[in-house]
Design a protein around this ligand. Structure first.
Ligand code: THG
Length: 366
């Protein structure tokens, strides 16, 4: 059965690069932050192999920038996240859980310290701008909140540094992980960070002008021919192998950061003004009913249709993400399971197939 086609209406926003990724062989797309996100070009396995060997250019415009500007911008970001941002360097980016007053996830963006009174939240798929506006209004903060006209382009893969240095200059080589530099392109100045939703290395360029962005895109392809540059997009195989979590799949508004391995970004005992701290302290005290674990299964390349995870004949958990890993020849899952069943080695079942619980991130050594 053919999947239905996606209509690019005004609500399902296109990007400055949509015509390029269509011409480049986008086979499937999804909607993320009310915008088109490609999900497949050559096939999941082929996209993975190309990403791990060469370099890809990704249209990740869907990583919308919620811009917080004004004297209270930093205060607002800190209210929204339990990660301590008080020592933020001028060129730093932070992966931050956004957590509400009940200790539940709102989103997991990258926070970018653009200037002391200017932060961007580079968001995953939920309407963070509304939440930010609500807090700012309720607390009487002096901050302007908007969705910026920015379309990030990711350059990912082992040859990303070589390719980007050909287009923007050798200075990109000096950018450290989760730091950024401002780089000139056709009279614009763009934030260029060493980041991206893969663990194959690479950069994200925060394009703020459609025409210059398109020229930049075309130049990446023109100068990368000998590097085998190709189209690409966040890849389900690579991101599960690398344990990059996806809001809306692996977590939602009913998930605590303490259930999904984001506790390292929750500075619960520090003296910061964040609305989630009392609830997170209480969760830690009382314990949580389930945790996110990895599952492995050797049953074959098929995805499961059911999300029910059973133990001794009883449905106990929920499958949240899954993929067949062609290289390791096994199926990988992320699932929520009762804390008592999260011990690595525990056997659970999906559609009768035996799955083994693994700690996250997966380890593929043995
Ligand atoms: N880049 C940008 N915006 C984004 C994403 C991105 N917005 C949506 C989505 N991705 C947000 N979620 C994540 C999840 C994981 C990471 C980044 C964004 C990530 N994590 C690393 C890890 O888990 O090892 C590093 C975390 C750290 O050390 O701080 O990169 O990809 N612009």
């Amino acid at each position: 059965m053919q999947p239905p086609r996606l209509v690019f209406s005004r609500r399902v926003r296109t990007t400055p690069f949509t015509s390029r990724i269509q011409a480049g062989g986008m086979q499937m797309a999804t909607v993320y932050n009310h915008m088109v996100l490609p999900s497949n070009f050559r096939g999941l396995a082929e996209d993975y192999d190309h990403l791990c060997e060469h370099v890809q250019v990704w249209d990740v415009s869907v990583e919308r920038q919620v811009a917080l500007k004004g004297p209270d911008a930093a205060k607002l970001v800190q209210l929204m996240t339990p990660r301590n941002l008080s020592k933020a360097k001028a060129d730093q980016c932070f992966y931050v859980p956004l957590v509400d007053e009940f200790g539940m996830m709102i989103n997991d963006p990258i926070a970018i310290n653009v200037a002391p009174d200017h932060w961007w939240l580079s968001i995953a798929d939920s309407d963070v701008m509304l939440w930010a506006k609500g807090i700012a209004y309720a607390k009487g903060l002096n901050v302007e909140i908007s969705e910026a006209q920015i379309w990030p382009v990711a350059i990912q893969g082992p040859k990303a540094e070589e390719l980007l240095s050909r287009v923007l200059g050798d200075e990109v080589r000096d950018i450290r992980f989760f730091r950024y530099k401002r780089m000139a392109y056709q009279g614009r100045e763009w934030i260029v960070a060493r980041s991206g939703w893969s663990k194959q290395g690479g950069f994200e360029v925060y394009v703020d002008d459609a025409a210059a962005g398109q020229a930049f895109w075309d130049e990446l392809f023109a100068k990368g021919e000998d590097l085998n540059v190709g189209h690409g997009c966040p890849n389900q195989v690579e991101r599960m192998e690398s344990c990059l979590l996806s809001f809306g799949s692996d977590m939602d508004y009913h998930t605590s950061p303490l259930q999904i391995g984001l506790d390292k970004y929750c500075h619960i005992d520090e003296d910061i003004d964040s609305i989630s701290l009392p609830a997170l302290r209480q969760q830690r005290e009382e314990g949580l009913p389930w945790m996110l674990v990895g599952l492995r299964c050797d049953s074959g390349a098929q995805n499961f249709a059911s999300t029910d995870v059973s133990h001794e004949g009883e449905v106990v958990g929920e499958l949240r993400s899954q993929v067949w890993h062609h290289k390791f020849n096994c199926w990988l899952g992320f699932a929520s399971l009762p804390t008592a069943l999260c011990q690595p080695g525990t056997k659970v079942e999906i559609e009768g197939a035996i799955c083994e619980v693994h700690a996250l991130p997966f380890s593929f050594d043995g």
